[in-house]
Design a protein around this ligand. Structure first.
Ligand SMILES: Cc1cc2nc3c(=O)[nH]c(=O)nc-3n(C[C@H](O)[C@H](O)[C@H](O)COP(=O)(O)OP(=O)(O)OC[C@H]3O[C@@H](n4cnc5c(N)ncnc54)[C@H](O)[C@@H]3O)c2cc1C
Length: 390
C-alpha cells in the first residue's frame, strides 16, 4: 500500500523562489494554522496572531511592489499560496484575500505620496484591512450604495452603514466606497479610513453557517471625518476602483475554493481507504471510486482555470471574463466536492468529528461573496452578448 497521508499538491511554479515560498507557507500551515483550525472555528475564535505571523513572513503583500513592502510575486504564485492557506483554514485564506482586496485601491490608484505613506504598513507592517462596498440594501446592486461622503473644507465626512464586512471590527484600515455625487456608479468615491477613526463602530458579528472564526459585521460611519489626502483616485472613480479590485479578488476566491475542495478530497480518500464494509475497504467499490475520480477532476479543472486567468493578468492582458468564470466554476465545484466528501464518510461525515462537514459549510459562502454566482454569469454573459438592453 502506498503512504496513506495525502501528498502535497504537485504545483507548477515558475521560479525557485516561488517553490521556496510554497515550502515556507506549508511550514506556517503545519506549525501555526492547521493544528488549531477545527477547534478555533468551532469556538468562533478569530486568529489575529496568525495574520501577524503571515505579515512577518512577508505573506500579506505578496502580489504588490517590493518598493512598498510587497512580495513582487505574480498572481499565479500568490493564488497558489492562498489555496494552501484556505485548505488549512478558510478564515485565514479568505482573510488574506480580503486584505489583498483592501490594499488594491491604494496600490493601483493612489498617488505616489499616499503609497509611500501608507502601503509599507499595509503590506508588511502588521496591519490588517477590510473592504467596505456592500450595504444592508445594496449587495448585488452595489452601485446603488447610499453611504455618503460630504466635503467639508479639506476633509470628507462619511455617514452610513456598510454590511457584511469581513474583518469588521478587527481591521486596522478599511477601503470604503461612499457616494459623493449623483446616483449610480459615477457618483462613488473611494477612501482609506483608519479602523480607529472617531465615529466608526462595528456591530456584533453575524452568526454565520461557517467560517465562524472570521468576523463579519456591519460597520457604522457616524460623521467619520477623513482628510482629502485619504481619498483614493479621483472623485467619482470609486466604483471603477471597487470593480477593479473585485476582478482580482474573484481569483482569490476561486483559489480559496480549490483549497477547500482539495482538503475535502484528501480527507475523503484517506477515509475511503481506511473504512471497511462488506469485508473490504470502501475505496474498493466502483461507486465510490468514480465519485472520488470526479471530485479530483473538478479540482484539477478549477485549478487550471484560475491559473489560466492569473497568467493572463500577470501578462497584463484583460482577464475580467476569465476571473468571473474561475470564481463561478471553482466555487460551484467546491460546493459539489465538499458535499460528495460528506457522502464518502457516510454518517461520520455528518458529524463534527471529521472536518468535511465544516468544509461543506465553508464552501457555501464562496458561492455568495464578491459577487454571487448569478452575478458572475451576468458578467460573463455581458462579455459574450453585450449589456442588457434595459
Ligand atoms: C461571509 C460574508 C463575507 C462578506 N464580506 C464582504 C466584505 O468584506 N465586503 C463587502 O463589501 N461585502 C462582503 N460580503 C457581501 C457579499 O458580497 C454580498 O452578500 C453579495 O454581494 C450578495 O449581496 P446580498 O447578500 O445583498 O444578496 P442580493 O444582492 O440581495 O441577492 C439575493 C439573491 O438574488 C440574486 N440576484 C441579485 N441580483 C441578480 C441578478 N441581476 N440576476 C440574477 N440573480 C440576482 C443573487 O444572486 C442572490 O441569489 C460578504 C458576505 C458574506 C456572506
Amino acid at each position: 500500500m502506498p503512504d496513506r497521508a495525502p501528498q502535497p499538491v504537485d504545483r507548477q511554479l515558475p521560479t525557485e523562489e516561488s517553490r521556496d515560498l510554497i515550502a515556507l507557507v506549508r511550514d506556517v500551515v503545519q506549525g501555526e494554522i492547521a493544528p488549531r483550525a477545527a477547534e478555533e472555528e468551532e469556538a468562533g475564535h478569530f486568529p489575529r496572531e496568525v495574520f501577524s505571523v503571515l505579515s512577518e513572513a512577508g505573506l500579506l503583500g505578496l502580489p504588490y511592489d517590493s518598493a512598498h513592502g510587497g512580495g513582487d510575486q505574480p498572481y499565479e504564485v500568490y493564488l497558489q499560496v492562498l489555496e494552501e492557506l484556505a485548505a488549512a483554514r478558510l478564515t485565514v485564506g479568505l482573510g488574506v484575500s480580503v486584505h489583498t482586496l483592501a490594499c488594491h485601491g491604494l496600490a493601483g490608484f493612489g498617488t505616489k505620496e499616499q503609497q509611500a505613506e501608507h502601503l509599507p504598513a499595509m503590506l508588511g507592517g502588521g496591519l490588517l484591512g477590510g473592504y467596505c462596498l456592500s450595504e444592508p440594501s445594496s449587495g448585488s446592486d452595489a452601485a446603488s450604495l447610499r453611504t455618503k461622503a460630504v466635503r467639508d473644507g479639506d476633509d470628507w465626512v462619511i455617514t452610513g452603514t456598510k454590511a457584511w464586512i469581513t474583518h469588521g471590527g478587527v481591521a486596522d484600515f478599511y477601503t470604503v466606497m461612499a457616494r459623493t455625487g449623483a446616483e449610480g456608479p459615477r457618483g462613488v468615491t473611494a477612501f482609506l479610513v483608519p479602523g480607529d477613526a472617531r465615529g466608526l463602530t462595528a456591530a456584533a458579528p453575524e452568526k454565520k453557517m461557517g467560517m465562524k472564526g472570521s468576523p463579519t459585521a456591519q460597520i457604522h460611519f457616524d460623521g467619520v471625518r477623513v482628510p482629502d489626502s485619504r481619498r483614493i483616485g479621483e472623485e467619482g472613480q470609486g466604483f471603477t476602483i471597487a470593480l477593479s479590485a473585485l476582478d482580482s479578488g474573484r481569483l482569490g476566491i476561486a483559489a480559496c475554493a480549490v483549497g477547500v475542495a482539495q482538503a475535502a478530497l484528501d480527507e475523503a480518500v484517506a477515509y475511503a481507504r481506511e473504512r471497511r464494509q462488506f469485508g473490504r475497504p470502501i475505496a474498493d467499490f466502483q461507486g465510490l471510486r468514480f465519485l472520488l475520480a470526479d471530485m479530483a477532476t473538478q479540482i484539477e479543472a478549477g485549478r487550471s482555470l484560475y491559473l489560466a486567468a492569473a497568467r493572463l493578468r500577470d501578462a497584463g492582458r484583460p482577464f475580467s471574463r476569465q476571473a468571473a468564470m474561475a470564481k463561478l466554476f471553482c466555487t460551484d465545484a467546491a460546493m459539489k466536492v465538499t458535499t460528495d466528501a460528506v457522502q464518502v464518510l457516510g454518517g461520520y461525515g455528518y458529524t463534527a468529528d471529521f472536518p468535511v462537514e465544516r468544509y461543506m459549510r465553508e464552501a457555501k459562502v464562496l458561492q455568495i461573496v464578491e459577487g454571487t454566482n448569478q452575478i458572475q454569469r451576468v458578467v460573463i454573459a455581458r462579455h459574450l452578448a453585450g449589456p442588457e438592453s434595459r
